[in-house]
Design a protein around this ligand. Sequence first.
Ligand code: 5AD
Ligand code: SF4
Length: 376
Amino acid sequence: MYYNIVTFGCQMNVHESEKIAGMLENLGYQPTSKKEDADIIVFNTCAIREGAEDRALGNIGNLKKMKKANPNKIIAVAGCMTQQKQVADKLFKMFPFIDIIIGTHNLYDLPIYINKKLKENKRVNENLSEGKINENVIASRTSGENAWVNIMYGCNNFCSYCIVPYVRGREMSRKKDDILNECKNIIAEGKYKQITLLGQNVNSYQEPDIKEYNFACLLKDICKLDGNFKLTFMTSHPKDISDEVIELFKTEEKILKELHLPVQSGSNQILKAMNRKYTREHYLDIIKKLRIAEPNIRLTTDIIVGFPGETEKDFEDTINLIKEVKYDGIFAFMYSKRSGTVAEKMQDQVPEDIKNYRVNKVLELEKEIQKEKNNE
Ligand code: 5AD
Ligand code: SF4
């Protein structure tokens, strides 16, 4: 029996797909890259922007014919998109050939639903409003020399544009011993050169049972593990990165000299409306400290253009911040309205053509900066 997993979205989803693979292998399935040969196809979806949802819809819709040719093929849809109840219900109605629809909080029940489908031929559309950490699923890793390790799940920040807190729930950190054991096993396997710690907001990691054990403590403990490996982490929220963590770029050899630090906007007014809880000045101060700790640090960021109310002047502030920081890489996105978020209801939504113009400006500027850096 064969499985095929189609993943959309962030590294968190990429790693979650490795856990889905682990569960399926446990049931006796083997991987195949050909959907036609698969006995089960799982879509692991993303809801961060409308485009991601549209891509998933298109991909799922395309399976209708394949399912007709082989009605025994199981089709499952999981992830952030289907954690939204109204979206899950719509999909369930729209695509009768989908057998299983689950959200983020009941992902680990997938084997139960597969068995139900096989034994009772029952379609499933199940969603939970809260989840628990599951330490029993072993990931079947697919990302070469890099091993992903989740340290926390969920997000408490409610940036006004973002769907993540609604589909991933509140922050939950794993126990440090569980994380350290997973890292030890990864190192012992001998085939990984790098460990990447994952979380929506890794800097707010908090050991559930040890009050003073924070993200810096965890980084130091992982660095102490024997073995020849590098350590990196994502994603960091500027409001939570501590001086202690910044210092570790200088003192810990195993930590890669790179940091993804999403700024989103260079305008204080827009940062406030985004509920980011830092100012442009505070952000630039962090960049300064990072470069003092490690002058060659590679810095990357996320930018959203066209957030509601973003004026030409606000956008100029973003452009000037990018010029000042001279990032080594930028992920630039056009603001996308997400159902249920605070920004959805905001006045002054920016027209698509202006968003398009601004995102291209950012990308052009990024190219120029790269050229300049290469010349240097
Ligand atoms: N529209 C556009 N971009 C978004 N992001 C998050 N939510 C939205 C949205 N509604 C971007 C942010 C975040 C990255 C993962 O996706 O820049 O850092
Ligand atoms: Fe979304 Fe903000 Fe949480 Fe990041 S920190 S996942 S942008 S709400």
